[in-house]
Design a protein around this ligand. Structure first.
Ligand code: FAD
Length: 508
């Protein structure tokens, strides 16, 4: 009989020390504490990291909780601000703007969901802007924030938040965390990979120094190059540029001028969009575009002409192809981070995909043989995440009403059936996708549908049962309650000052 302990993974090798590598090392070092499993992480200062990735989603708070990371300390040490949502400017028609919040709109006022009542009232010109019925949206606009109450007295107070942080400080924070829990960091460039001729399992990697590093399980966090998953294992890549054609970006930080609000901004441009991510000490900016519609020079000019403060570095160009590996886990190699795939930065989903990759790996943690049933399940779960994110990202593009060639083509492209069905269901009867788990629940879809002017032809007939006068009063009460709650909230920056004073001892 086999001794089970002979089969256990004893050596984990993580190749790459960007956000993906250090998030993986931090989580595994915590989850495997007390076992004999060793974790080594190889990174190369010569190659460096992608250097962007500053906006997150609220799910990161779950990651912090699992790792017992103190949020206030994390914020202080990574120069972070709070993110209550993303403001989209000019995505429908020029001049339009809406916020996709991390919270719900309205509260239950009858048997139908809140948005059906709003749509009914809007159809007769009696509703205010949909965002004004959502607490985190109003708070974001006012620059206010308080930690959501643990026991909300009203569903209106049921919201959450994420962070906007300096990616290099975040990696450094996690490197300290993982190092304190036994992860060994190795500086060096991987120049060769040795795999077993029969099984195809990776046996070791070799550094430029000649040092060989053996392992049972390899995590490829090497960034876009996919050093192990692609260059060694030739897993293949599903190219999704036909659906998400943006393929380049320029990124540049600038000085802060004016108020730093607790939200990210994404402004549509003629062949893509521009991000604005406020941190404590600077604003991260970038222009994501498709080079079939705009030259690199024009793209960088658009970015530099639309900064709100002095640039504090030279613009950096990034190249990517949207899509994902055919298998994110192949034999004894799991690709986490950009090595696994990238769906462009709209909606800040990459760090969340890293987190899902890590948590699914922990849930299905293998022995040395990496049972194919577990590997298949991992790939199924991750494929589902990627597919759903792709549809939600595409929604922003296909619902535009702009007239530049890029935007016209985005409207006229062939949409995946899964997306077409969701749009049709909303258009006909105001039905919104509802997933059992995962990102982008109804409030997210609603924000984009309505924010980009897709008004349904009909709504839940139960919403007609309420008298017009009663409905008007209920809607007005909701706005008043939100306004009064937001009035009592703190200035967003006051909270940050407090965290800095506690952990760093200075002001932002
Ligand atoms: C334009 C743009 C904007 C983005 N914005 C966001 C955002 O707002 N929010 C978000 O969630 N995500 C965003 N992302 C994605 C985010 O940046 C990444 O998901 C995140 O930084 C993780 O990257 P990574 O660790 O996978 O790769 P990288 O940061 O590229 O790290 C790769 C690591 O592998 C190492 N390495 C590579 N080759 C070797 C070798 N041969 N030997 C040794 N080491 C090696 C490198 O040194 C480095 O340490 C954005 C991405 C882009 C391109």
């Amino acid at each position: 009989m086999n001794d089970r302990s002979d089969q256990a993974v004893r050596e984990i090798v993580i190749v790459g020390g960007g956000t993906a590598g250090w998030m993986t090392a931090a989580a595994l070092s915590q989850k495997l504490a007390g076992t004999d499993t060793k974790i080594r992480l190889i990174e190369s200062a010569e190659i460096g990291t992608v250097g962007v990735g500053e906006a997150t989603l609220p799910q990161i708070r779950e990651f912090n909780r699992l790792l017992d990371i103190d949020e206030a300390e994390l914020m202080a040490r990574t120069s972070a601000t709070i993110k209550l949502g993303i403001e989209f400017r000019d995505w429908g028609r020029a001049g339009d703007h809406y916020i996709h919040p991390f919270g719900v709109h309205g509260e239950p006022i009858g048997p139908a969901d809140f948005h059906h009542y709003w749509i009914r009232q809007n159809a007769v010109g009696q509703a205010e802007d949909f965002g004004s019925y959502c607490l985190p949206i109003v708070a974001a606009r006012e620059g206010r924030f308080d930690t959501p109450p643990a026991s909300p007295v009203s569903p209106l107070q049921d919201y959450t938040y994420a962070f906007q942080f300096d990616a290099s400080l975040y990696a450094a924070f996690l490197a300290d965390y993982a190092g304190a829990r036994g992860t060994k960091r190795i500086e060096g460039k991987v120049v060769a990979v040795d795999s077993d001729g029969e099984s195809g399992f990776i046996r070791s990697v070799t550094l430029a120094s000649g040092q060989g590093i053996e392992g049972d399980l390899f995590i490829d966090c090497s960034g876009f190059r996919g050093l192990l998953i692609e260059q060694e294992m030739e897993t293949g890549f599903a190219d999704w540029s036909e659906w998400l054609p943006c393929n380049r970006a320029f990124a540049v930080p600038c000085a802060i001028s004016g108020r730093v609000g607790p939200y990210t901004r994404a402004t549509a441009r003629s062949a893509g969009w521009q991000w604005r991510i406020p941190l404590q000490h600077r604003i991260g900016n970038g222009h994501v575009y498709c080079n079939r519609y705009i030259s690199d020079q024009d793209a960088v000019d658009v970015l530099m002409a639309n900064l709100e403060g002095e640039p504090v570095a030279d613009p950096k160009q990034l190249f990517f192809t949207t899509g994902k590996r055919n298998r994110l886990w192949n034999r004894n190699c799991v690709a986490i981070g950009l090595s696994g795939g990238f769906l462009e930065p709209l909606e800040s989903t990459s760090i969340d995909l890293i987190q899902s990759g890590i948590l699914n790996l922990i849930a299905l943690f293998p022995d040395k043989h990496c049972a194919s049933s577990d590997v298949d399940e991992y790939n199924r779960l991750m494929d589902l995440e990627y597919d759903r994110i792709r549809d939600f990202l595409m929604l922003h593009y296909v619902l535009n009403q702009r007239d530049e060639p890029f935007w016209q083509d985005m409207r006229e492209m062939k949409w995946p059936d899964s997306l077409r069905d969701k749009i049709e269901a909303f258009k006909r009867r105001a039905l919104v996708p509802h997933y059992d788990h995962g990102l982008f629940q109804p409030a997210s879809w609603l924000s984009v549908f309505l924010g980009q002017n897709l008004l349904p032809e009909s709504w839940d007939p139960r919403a007609d049962a309420m008298g017009a006068g009663d409905l008007a009063v209920r809607l007005s009460d909701i706005r008043a309650m939100i306004a009064s709650d937001v009035d009592r909230m703190s200035e967003h920056l006051a909270l940050i000052e407090q965290y800095r004073a506690t952990y760093i001892g200075g002001s932002a």
